[in-house]
Design a protein around this ligand. Structure first.
Ligand SMILES: *Cc1c(COP(=O)(O)O)cnc(C)c1O
Length: 393
C-alpha cells in the first residue's frame, strides 16, 4: 500500500491513529515498524546539496525517522500543529516554560503541579529573572486576579498527580487568551485518549511519555505538542538547548503507543474498581479519584474527560509513621517507587508540598498506580496492608 498522507489526519479514530500513525513501511523495505535510527552525522552528496540545506535530515540532533514517527502520532492524538519528542517529562515542562518566558516575565503555576516543575520555577526561572506565583488549582476564571501585564505563561496539571484536583481548563484558557497569556497543560494522567487540552483551549500540551506512552517502566521520554502560533518558539528553544531523544528510546515509545488504548482501558477499569472498593474500607478516610461521584471535581471531570487513568490517591486515617511502614513494607504485589504507567502496580506514601493552601488533611496519603495483576489479588494485598495499618494505628 502506498503512503497516503490523509492517513495522518487527526480526524481518524484514535485506535486507528495508534495502530497506523507515524509509520511508513513503504520506506522501510516493507517492515512494519520504523527501526531504530541511530545517527549523528547525515551526509550530503554535493556542495549544491549542502548549500541548499533541503534534505529531510541535516544533523541527527534535529530528529530522525524513529523520533518523528512518535511525534506524528502524538500530534494527531492531541489535535496539535506539531509535537517534539524530548528526553523526559520534566524536560517537556522546562522547554515549554522557557519557550514562553523571558527575563522580567511572570509565570503562574498550579499549586498541585509536579514538584520538580516547581523546583525548576523556584530555582532556575527565578535566577533568570522570571517571577513565579502559585495559584489554587480550583481557581477557574478567577485566574484573572493573578494576571498582570508581565504574566506570559500559566502551567496547569489536571488532575494534579498527587491530589487529583481537576482544573477548569476552558475557564482558565478564556481568561488567558484575552490577556495574551500562554496556557501549558500537563496531560500525563489522562493521556490524549481521555482528554485533549488543545480542544479545551490550551496552547501547549506536555506529557511524561515515560509513564503511559512507554508503559513498561523501561525508558524516559517527554512530548511537547503546540498550536501553530506557539510551535516556532518551542522548536527554537529545544534546538538552542540541544535536547534530543535517542532512536532507541523513541522506538520504545513508539512500541508502547501501539497498545496505549487497550492498556488505558484496562488501567481505567481496574483502578476504578479498586478505588470504589477502597472507599468502603474502614481505615480509608477518602479516595481521591475524579471518576468517583464522591470526588469534589467529579462534574468537571465528566465534562472535560472521556475516561480516567491508572493513578489515584487514598487518604488513610491518622496514624504514626510506623503504621505507614506496616502498610507498605510487607506488600506482596504492590511495590514502592516513583513514577507510574508501567504494567506493575505501585504504592507510594506521599506528602504534597503546597504553598497557596497548605496540605492540612489529617491522615496519611498514599498514591496508587494500578497495573495488570489480577484485581482480586491486588485487593487481597491491599486488604492485608489495611489490616496491618489498623493494628499499628
Ligand atoms: C513523572 C511526571 C513528570 C516527569 O516525567 P519524567 O519523565 O519523570 O521526567 C511530569 N509530569 C507528571 C504528571 C508526572 O507524573
Amino acid at each position: 500500500m502506498n503512503h497516503d498522507p490523509s492517513r495522518d489526519d487527526s480526524s481518524q479514530p484514535v485506535e486507528t491513529i495508534l495502530t497506523h500513525g507515524g509509520r511508513h513501511p513503504e520506506y522501510q523495505f516493507g517492515f512494519v515498524n520504523t527501526p531504530v535510527y541511530r545517527g549523528s552525522t547525515v551526509l550530503f552528496k554535493t556542495l549544491a546539496d549542502l548549500d541548499a540545506q533541503s534534505q529531510p535530515y541535516l544533523y541527527g540532533r534535529a530528529g530522525n525517522p524513529t523520533t518523528e514517527g512518535v511525534e506524528a502520532v502524538i500530534t494527531q492524538l492531541e489535535g496539535a500543529f506539531r509535537t517534539r519528542l524530548v528526553p523526559s517529562g520534566l524536560s517537556a515542562i522546562t522547554i515549554a516554560l522557557l519557550s514562553c518566558l523571558s527575563n522580567g516575565d511572570e509565570v503562574l503555576i498550579s499549586d498541585s503541579a509536579y514538584d520538580p516543575a516547581r523546583k525548576f520555577a523556584d530555582g532556575f526561572l527565578a535566577r533568570m529573572g522570571v517571577s513565579v506565583r502559585y495559584f489554587d488549582p480550583h481557581i477557574g476564571e478567577n485566574i484573572g486576579e493573578h494576571i498582570s501585564s508581565n504574566t506570559k505563561a500559566i502551567l496547569a496539571e489536571s488532575p494534579g498527580s498527587l491530589t487529583f484536583e481537576i482544573q477548569d481548563i476552558p475557564a482558565i484558557s478564556r481568561v488567558a487568551k484575552s490577556a495574551g497569556v500562554k496556557l501549558i497543560v500537563d496531560n500525563s494522567w489522562a493521556s490524549p485518549l481521555y482528554c485533549q487540552p488543545i480542544k479545551l483551549g490550551a496552547d501547549l500540551v506536555v506529557h511524561a511519555g515515560t509513564k503511559m506512552f512507554v508503559g513498561h517502566s523501561d525508558a524516559f521520554a517527554g512530548t511537547i505538542s503546540a498550536t501553530e502560533s506557539c510551535w516556532e518558539n518551542v522548536e527554537t528553544t529545544r534546538a538552542a538547548l540541544g535536547f534530543f531523544t535517542s532512536g532507541d528510546d523513541a522506538f520504545l515509545v513508539a512500541r508502547g503507543l501501539r497498545t496505549l488504548s487497550i492498556r488505558m482501558k484496562e488501567h481505567q477499569q481496574r483502578a476504578f474498581e479498586i478505588a470504589r472498593w477502597l472507599e468502603s474500607q474502614p481505615e480509608v478516610e477518602s479516595v481521591l479519584h475524579p471518576a468517583l461521584p464522591s470526588h469534589p471535581d467529579h462534574a468537571l471531570w465528566k465534562r472535560d474527560f472521556s475516561g480516567s487513568g491508572s493513578l489515584f490517591s487514598m487518604l488513610l486515617k491518622t496514624a504514626p509513621r510506623a503504621a505507614v511502614a506496616a502498610f507498605v513494607d510487607n506488600m506482596r504485589l504492590f511495590s514502592m517507587g516513583y513514577s507510574w504507567g508501567g504494567y506493575e502496580s505501585l504504592c507510594l506514601p506521599t506528602k504534597p508540598r503546597r504553598t497557596v493552601r497548605p496540605w492540612d488533611h489529617a491522615g496519611n496519603l498514599f498514591r496508587l498506580h494500578i497495573g495488570f495483576e489480577d484485581v482480586e489479588d491486588l485487593k487481597a494485598d491491599l486488604d492485608a496492608a489495611l489490616i496491618r495499618y489498623g493494628r499499628a494505628r
